[in-house]
Write a protein that binds this ligand. Sequence first.
Ligand code: SF4
Length: 736
Amino acid sequence: METKKAICMWCHSHCPVSVTVDDGKLVHVEAFKGHPHFAVFDRAVTACPRARGAGEWFHHPDRLTHPLKRVGDRGSGKWETISWEQALDEIADKVRQLRERYGPETLASSSGTYRTHDEYRSRFLNLFGTPNHVGQGQICFGVSNLVSAALVGWTIAFTKIHPETKCVMLCGANPPGGARILWFPILDAQKRGAKLIVVDPRRTEAAERADIWLQLRPGTDTALYMGMINIIIKEGLYDREFVDKWCHGFEKLAERAEEYPLEEVSEITWVPKEKILEAARTFGTSRPAAVFNAMGVEHLSNSIQALHARFILPAITGNIDVKGGALIRPPHPSFISGFDVELNDALPLEQKNKAIGAERFRFQTHTGYDLVMENVIRVWGKAFSKCHTAFAHAPGVYRAMLTGQPHPVRAMITLSSNPMVTQANSKLVYKALKSLDLYVVMDFWLTPSADLADYVLPAASWLERPTVNTSNDIASYVDAGDAIFPPRVDGKYERRTDFDFWRGLGIRLGQEQHWPWQSLEESYDYRLAPLGYTLKQFIEQKGGYDSVRAEYRQYERVGFGTPTGKIELYSTIFDKLGYDPLPRYKEPAESHLSTPEVAKDYPFILITGGRFWPLYHSEHRQIDGWRRQHPDPITQINPKTASELGIEDGDWVWLETPRGRMRQRCRHFEGIDPRVVHAEHGWWFPELPGEEPWLHGAWESNCNVLTDDNPDHCNEISGGWPLRAGLCKVYKAKTW
Ligand code: SF4
């Protein structure tokens, strides 16, 4: 029996865990007792069905074991097993030929939500010369972090609840469904008397526990937050001294906020006036207060403006960098960060400017990122990593595969993502991937995306590789764990880390001098060297953890990492990029008001993507023990609506939008407005065949068949696509 520390990468809690192995079998996972925040992680891990079922996941017979090469038509499900050396040689040859013909920008790459160490991906792509990396960071925290950095000079997106916290406001976030390490401290704060405000169109578990639940019309967040800001300013509830000294553009903000009077905001958002007033007054008078947003805000066509307003709320109330409020946690000063590893300067400006969509959506690109980070670096000495922060525009990249415009994209490497199911407008993604000259997928399983690949490569999981977690450089700590199992067992399997893959490909493509480390562990040894440890020593002697001492009101010493050195309520960066420097509400791209002709046929508002245990995004559906807990994809419909449509609880229903239709099982749910329906995301069915037309059930219940990626409907600043406020119709699926 042996027990080692690892970092669980199955969700964003990134729990440090002790994993026990007996005779080659994973037998137990629990929170790592030597961690300084053990108490928080212990509750999360103890409550986590994934931790309990880790053995079933790890030893699952369907996990990929060796590289596969397509031998039939694309999507035919016919594969041969090949060696890693053959796979890397052939992929490198094809990539080289495509680069010679079309230029390096012909290679695209897609990433997921921080299951891997994508700084090594960025390093490869920068050295190769392509800016066409797309990923979920554009709609998942990468965007919150960058907006926050533009306004505050570092990210305050991730909040920490302290005993001092008097108020918590959750915006489109349901931590019990996705981030229990945040949820348990919120419950503790409530017990101590803190108020909980929840902004969500659904009565989620968090909304159930809220003191004030603002059940808004999906997509109207900006109007709501601007209405609250207006009340806070008008009633003098803001922190005048802090605003005078440390905020830029307050007068202009106050003027803009006046455009959001209570009556009008209530009409736009469907939230009763008295509730908005109560929320604004509670937030404005309960200090310190913490705000946390999640995807409910990021998945809107008005997302950047909503985030801008959400970050203004803690700023004008003086809740920045105070204990119990929004903490600025500077990067670890010694650890060699992801940003340093990425070699972002290796990508020439001429290539950066070729990022598809960068001219139109200028903020979350190399240009916008560089503009923000030059100020961040001035104050903090480091930026946070680019790999989940700056992108080419995904809808544009998939279109370029089909049209060759603005330049041909003929190859893609998908690592740690499943765009067939997780990218908006799956039908377009399918056509685009089918059209490629080369498609490579590295994953744990054969997914619907892998079904369309030329090469499928078996990835080492967090249990088979060492991990140093810094949450992509935004944490002020370094948390390291070991590999529990070897990635290669002779005669059984040979998986590799993403580091090995990018290094192997890079060396074959002339990058040898930039990959001096033989393994991921060696590269961590190098990155930990300034702390005086190798990875092994760091884990053995320091418990694998080191953090920067918490300091508050650091701005008094160093200012804010923004162009003005203050919190930019009025953003000079948005202004410089040619966008509105203040938040302004805009109707969702598709709604009863903006597209009334569409609403005639599609009368309901569709939101997608709420989290549900124990599955996560498009993962884990093949794990019997977890799937039994959530066997079917669920659509929530208000019983009143369901009864009008003749839909019983448990019936299968069709959901249809102008883009397509798919089926899920209906759950009657009182906690949703009768005019709104919510469909789960990430659904495919590993138990169905992989060959076309099945593609492991990619067309059955996949909500991204419904979602919109029309660039004209994306956020005009970031290019983020709207997953949460489109229009749909619902009807019963005939069953016998
Ligand atoms: S899956 Fe469970 S154990 Fe793993 S990080 Fe998430 S909460 Fe922690």
